[in-house]
Ligand binder design. Structure first.
Ligand code: NAD
Ligand code: 0WE
Length: 257
């Protein structure tokens, strides 16, 4: 492995356990030499994230629930104090209330709609704003995770699809704002992967089986494949790419039927 990211620093939001897509991103970035800061949302996750981070030498673990703006402030303040700058921000978080992810979309409550957007879409902009002074002039890269439910109707994805559409549009507006300051902003649209967020999703197993039968690659994607695309987007090989949504979905998005 080429140590392409030696001397670089990254912040990763969204590790809950070892199946998290954020964890696969962390592995890929760390293998390339990047020093990492992990965050956890709520004390309930502090111990498990701290334990996982022990596998990544030199990493730091800090709290950050994105519904608490003062925690986002404190995170980037601390990163500035510890490292004096930042090269990569990986945003791999999403949340909607369970009851909003089943049945008809039109039942979505105002509170459920707002919460899904706050955590899953607005938080990217909230983090980017605080990261900006640390990332300026360092060929920085911001990476977020999205899903095709933003552009096609996926049964039960509901309000999360609307939030992902807002997230992808945010990527484009942020890319336009931050490009002149040398910061790129992109999204990875991943195919379905069994993670904590996917557990309990109705008919998830059926969805995976259907994809394995119909995608061009005749299989599902792995978190590691998403992690390696994150490595590509963080590093110099993607230096000409910003504002894009890159599909890591075994080709699912090109199919008509
Ligand atoms: P995951 O459950 O491992 O990760 C979701 C993370 O969001 C958790 O770490 C959780 O702590 C965090 N989070 C929730 N509320 C938060 C808050 N208020 N503040 C801070 N963090 C909060 O699941 P995952 O599948 O790895 O999800 C990561 C990202 O990948 C999400 O954006 C998800 O939409 C996206 N994604 C997942 C799939 C899939 O099939 N698993 C496919 C495409 C995209
Ligand atoms: O973005 C996601 C997961 C989003 C998610 C999942 C949950 C389940 C548990 C957000 N919030 C919650 N809240 C909970 O309480 N994915 C892309 C994975 C996913 O979720 C689906 C999917 C797929 C794929 C939900 C319905 C249909 C398909």
């Amino acid at each position: 492995m080429q140590r392409l990211l030696e001397g670089k620093t990254g912040v990763i939001l969204g590790v809950a356990n070892k199946r998290s897509i954020a964890w696969a991103c962390a592995r890929s970035l760390s293998d390339a030499g990047m020093r990492l800061v992990f965050t956890y949302a709520g004390e309930r996750l502090a111990a498990s994230v701290t334990k996982l981070a022990e596998e990544i030498p030199g990493s730091l673990v800090l709290p950050c629930d994105v519904t608490h703006p003062e925690e986002i402030d404190a995170l980037f303040e601390r990163v500035g104090e510890e490292f004096g700058g930042l090269d990569t921000l990986v945003h791999a978080i999403a949340f909607a209330r369970r009851e909003e992810l089943r049945g008809d979309f039109y039942h979505t409550s105002k509170e459920g709609y707002m919460l899904a957007h706050e955590v899953s879409a607005y938080s990217l902009t909230a983090c980017a704003r605080r990261a900006l002074p640390l990332m300026e002039g360092r060929e920085g890269s911001i990476i977020t995770l999205t899903y095709i439910g933003s552009e096609r109707v996926i049964p039960n994805y509901n309000v999360m699809g609307i939030a992902k559409a807002a997230l992808e549009a945010s990527v484009r507006y942020l890319a336009a704002d931050l490009g002149p300051r040398g910061i790129r902003v992109n999204a990875i649209s991943a195919g379905p992967i069994r993670t904590l967020s996917a557990s309990g999703v109705k008919d998830f197993g059926e969805m995976l089986d259907n994809i394995a039968r119909t995608t061009p690659l005749r299989r599902n994607v792995t978190a590691q494949e998403v992690g390696d695309t994150c490595l590509f987007l963080a590093g110099p090989h993607s230096r000409g790419i910003t504002g894009s949504t890159i599909f890591v979905d075994a080709g699912f998005h090109i199919m008509g039927i």
